[in-house]
Design a protein around this ligand. Structure first.
Ligand SMILES: [Zn+2]
Length: 79
């Protein structure tokens, strides 16, 4: 029983992630930075700085891809 109807796998979202939405923002980019996670997701447009708060369910539906910047760059080493 893998199929549970319309339920989708919840995306793993981290602060600072760059997300790409299905529809571009009015300013022309569709890349957003995640500012807050939880029941509501706050994202900020990387180009114009506009911040938007939306329910997680709506966010997941509008979401296209998530990239984790910290995954490609090594974490800062504290001496
Ligand atoms: Zn924008």
């Amino acid at each position: 029983m893998q199929n549970r109807g319309l339920m989708r796998e919840p995306a793993t979202i981290h602060l600072g992630d760059i997300v790409e939405m299905r529809k571009p923002h009015a300013c022309g980019t569709n890349r957003w930075t995640v500012l807050r996670t939880g029941a509501d997701i706050r994202i900020q447009c990387t180009q114009c700085g506009r911040a938007v708060l939306m329910p997680r369910t709506q966010f997941v539906r509008a979401l296209r891809t998530i990239s984790h910047p910290e995954a490609s760059a090594p974490p800062e080493q504290q001496p």
